[in-house]
Design a protein. Structure first.
Ligand code: COA
Ligand code: ZN
Length: 321
């Protein structure tokens, strides 16, 4: 059974996008519940500017108050040096740095050119790299940018290469606005895995155009074994027009388990956690498995069918008398 590594991002990618502020205690309770569900990694929060992302202005308190489960890695998003200092102060396991491979998206999301971002992140990596905290770099819009269009494969590989040379542990290929399609995902994933076999590669899909599960299959065919996903399909990018939720964790895990993959994740556990989300965010989520149930959650046979089948049986037994 092939082992896959699931990384939950709802409390960061999901919560950063919600209009209502989710109480700090609720965030902590959610992370604690998710810690019991078998994830490889949980992206707890984000050390961005509280003016830019007010929804996650309680990052320190959340990070300090969660109960960490051994074996689960706790990562946080870090946009700059100030964010790195804050994250290190909380003893995170991993810092997830972020920049976009598209110039206009990087400018709108991080208010810097890509070169400025790279220079900053290089500094961040040199600071973090001296300690025990791992570094991952999430590259946004690698499958297309809503302002620029396609980003050339060689350009994406070039950015992965620049970060690999700085010694990062992992790189996440992000489909920030759901522009990826399966054959493109397979080709880019394969190119990255073949060229950078030492890197921990994660795929991060948004379901904006309904292709996230199909894209996961494309990535699996290329040999990817690590996926970001968001409970309830929450998420989006505040700086990408029309962006909507991440691939829904329970929908993804449900599919992968049916296909015989070992995700490590307890599906009933995450469904119970997902059922709590609407109460926290004030609206329903796009989770399909929460709505429809698991494939073999059988429903009782309707009463009128019982009556009908009794009639059939008695007609049949009567005929045999
Ligand atoms: N943590 C806390 N405060 C921060 C900070 C951080 N990581 N980075 C900057 N700030 C504060 C500064 O102290 C300054 O505060 P002040 O106005 O009270 O002096 C203010 O934010 C502006 O700082 P500046 O260096 O000019 O940054 P900026 O305004 O250009 O913002 C980012 C840069 C990257 C920090 C900001 O745009 C950001 O956080 N964007 C969100 C990116 C994101 O998470 N996107 C979604 C995920 S992909
Ligand atoms: Zn995302």
């Amino acid at each position: 059974m092939k082992r896959l590594y699931m990384q939950e991002v709802a409390t960061r990618d999901g919560f950063q996008n919600e209009a209502t502020f989710i109480d700090t205690a609720d965030k902590i309770a959610m992370v604690n519940a998710l810690s019991q569900c078998g994830y490889a990694k949980i992206e707890v929060t984000s050390f961005t500017s509280p003016k830019a992302i007010p929804a996650l202005r309680d990052a320190e308190e959340v990070m300090h108050s969660i109960t960490r489960k051994p074996g689960v890695e706790y990562t946080v998003l870090v946009p700059n040096l100030r964010g790195a200092e804050r994250a290190l102060g909380c003893g995170v396991d991993e810092a997830n740095l972020v920049m976009s491979v598209s110039e206009p998206h990087n400018r709108s999301n991080l208010r810097m050119t890509r070169e400025q971002s790279f220079a900053q992140l290089k500094e961040v990596i040199s600071v973090i790299g001296q300690g025990p905290v791992a570094v991952n770099v999430s590259l946004s819009t690698v499958f297309g940018c809503p302002m620029q269009g396609d980003v050339a494969l060689n350009e994406v590989l070039g950015w992965v290469d620049r970060f690999a040379s700085l010694g990062v542990r992992g790189v996440t290929l992000c489909d920030t606005t759901g522009m990826a399609y399966p054959s493109q995902v397979q080709a880019l994933s394969l190119a990255v895995i073949q060229r950078f076999p030492e890197l921990q590669i994660t795929l991060h899909f948004h379901n904006t155009r309904g292709m996230a599960l199909a894209n996961t299959l494309g990535a699996l065919q290329a040999g990817v074994d690590r996926f970001d996903s968001s409970l309830g399909g929450l998420g989006g990018c505040p700086y990408a027009p029309g962006a909507s939720g991440n691939v829904c964790t329970e929908d993804l895990v449900h599919m992968l388990q049916l296909m015989g993959y070992d995700t490590g994740v307890n599906l009933d556990g995450i469904l119970a956690a997902s059922a709590k989300l609407p109460g926290l965010i004030g609206h329903p989520t796009p989770s399909q498995i929460l709505t429809a149930g698991k494939r073999l959650d059988l429903h009782p046979i309707p009463e009128h069918l019982h009556t009908l089948s009794k009639q059939v049986v008695s007609a049949f037994t009567g005929a045999n008398k």
